[in-house]
Design a protein around this ligand. Structure first.
Ligand SMILES: Cc1cc2nc3c(=O)[nH]c(=O)nc-3n(C[C@H](O)[C@H](O)[C@H](O)COP(=O)(O)OP(=O)(O)OC[C@H]3O[C@@H](n4cnc5c(N)ncnc54)[C@H](O)[C@@H]3O)c2cc1C
Ligand SMILES: NC(=O)c1ccc[n+]([C@@H]2O[C@H](COP(=O)([O-])OP(=O)(O)OC[C@H]3O[C@@H](n4cnc5c(N)ncnc54)[C@H](OP(=O)(O)O)[C@@H]3O)[C@@H](O)[C@H]2O)c1
Length: 364
């Protein structure tokens, strides 16, 4: 399997008012960032994966039970190469705020070097161990983050991994401002700083094998991370053994238009593949439906209810959900109503879809 990143011409910040603007352009030979960091890479050598298969001989007995043929791309997936006691130490190459200054909260896009040592797939996560110690003087526990880059990475050389991280700041019951340990560590990282990485982990969110699949992606906030990774592979890269020719449909829920994530990239993808990529935003604090209800992701989906239900009847339709825990119930409620119209019990049907790897959920 060989692959190259093609002319992605991507700008990361979502809006004009975003201050730490950093335009990334991915070309086969060179990636440059306007914040001063310039990296040249030989991407021709990148992305090669050797898959080794056992060759059966006549002397071998035929197995009684054939192994399950996965619909998702699970062959050769590596998990837990790096454990908390001996993490991989990468370097921060880029860290850029991608929400506007007037957005409620900050989200950052960051790129770490891996030198190809952290071999991840689209849909996996990594662990990060923040520098410093906790209140008991022990090293901080790892926090998980969904990988936001394709396996080729943002520089197209399979030597980086990217994250999309929301800075957690809240007021506790005593009225004190509390900063989340790891998200603040990550959002404050400067280029050149070390970062301790564990994993990769997770198989739930791996992409479908079928390049003609319908892939419905449901994200709230930073839950967009795995889908950016899918979509780069689908629309910004060339792979010898994978050319996406199905339908990718992204629903993204955010509080305000100033907190939309990676919008410029998605617009570019739509320009490139209008037949293959649809995107719908649910901007909860600015939009409402006809009944005046807040526009959550499930409210936006409800506007396409019939179409979504028809798509779900195909056995090569795959739904992925990522982000806030609360979204799962809202989406279930919509699906239950649609299923009931056809006399189908949604709970039962969802179980079947999950078994077939067609209903995939990672929410926290
Ligand atoms: C599989 C997986 C993937 C993830 N991917 C991402 C991702 O891609 N991007 C991302 O940004 N995050 C992601 N997360 C969340 C991430 O792991 C961390 O939980 C998050 O960044 C907060 O960690 P922290 O160290 O900053 O906060 P911590 O220091 O761990 O503090 C968090 C704790 O603060 C408390 N708290 C939080 N909010 C409030 C509040 N409003 N009021 C009172 N108490 C509160 C809760 O007790 C909470 O457990 C993912 C989580 C999982 C499990
Ligand atoms: N792999 C994973 O499991 C994974 C990966 C990435 C992120 N995450 C988690 O996902 C969450 C993302 O949070 P964020 O701060 O980045 O998001 P955010 O920017 O606050 O956006 C979340 C959006 O979802 C809306 N929302 C709130 N409750 C909802 C509900 N019940 N149903 C549907 N939509 C709802 C919010 O609306 P209002 O605020 O206007 O109510 C807002 O528009 C975090 O908790 C993070 O830990 C998990």
């Amino acid at each position: 399997m060989a692959a190259t990143a093609v002319n992605a011409a991507v700008s990361l910040p979502a809006t004009k008012s975003s201050n730490l603007r950093s335009n990334a352009t991915v070309f086969p030979e060179k990636v440059s960032f306007s914040k001063g960091l310039v990296c040249s890479r030989n991407v021709r050598g990148g992305g090669k994966v050797l898959s080794i298969r056992a060759v059966s001989t006549e002397a071998e007995a035929t197995p009684a039970i054939a192994p399950k043929a996965h619909k998702k791309n699970e062959e050769g997936v590596i998990v837990n190469k790096f454990k908390p006691k001996d993490p991989y130490v990468g370097k921060c190459l880029l860290n850029s705020k991608i929400t506007a200054d007037d957005a409620p909260g900050e989200t950052w896009h960051m790129v770490f070097s891996t030198e190809g040592e952290v071999p991840y797939r689209e849909g996996q996560s990594i662990g990060i161990i923040a520098d410093g110690v906790d209140k008991n003087g022990k090293p901080h526990k790892l926090r998980l983050y969904s990988i936001a880059s394709s396996a080729l990475g943002d520089f197209g050389d399979s030597k980086t991994v990217s994250l999309c991280v929301k800075r957690l700041i809240y007021t506790n019951e005593q009225g004190e401002t509390v900063k989340g340990v790891c998200s603040n560590f990550l959002c404050d990282l400067k280029p050149g700083a070390d970062v301790k990485i564990t994993g990769p982990v997770g198989k739930e969110m791996l992409m479908p094998v079928d390049p003609n699949a319908t892939v419905i992606m449901l994200a709230t906030g930073t839950g967009i991370a795995p889908f950016r990774s899918f979509l780069w592979k689908m629309f910004f890269e060339k792979h010898e053994d994978y050319k996406f020719n199905g339908l990718a449909w992204l629903f993204l829920g955010v509080p305000t238009s100033s907190s939309l994530l990676y919008k410029d990239e998605f617009t570019k993808m739509q320009e490139r593949a209008p037949e293959n990529f649809k995107v719908d935003y649910a901007i909860s604090r600015e939009q409402a439906n006809e009944a005046g209800e807040k526009m959550y992701i499930q409210t936006r989906m409800a506007q396409y209810a019939e179409e979504l239900w028809e798509l779900l009847k195909k056995d090569n339709t795959f739904v992925y959900m990522c982000g806030l825990k609360g979204m799962e119930k809202g989406i279930d409620d919509i699906m239950a109503g649609l299923a009931a119209r056809d006399g189908i019990d949604w709970v039962e049907h969802k179980r079947t879809l999950k078994k077939a790897e067609q209903w995939n959920v990672e929410v926290y």
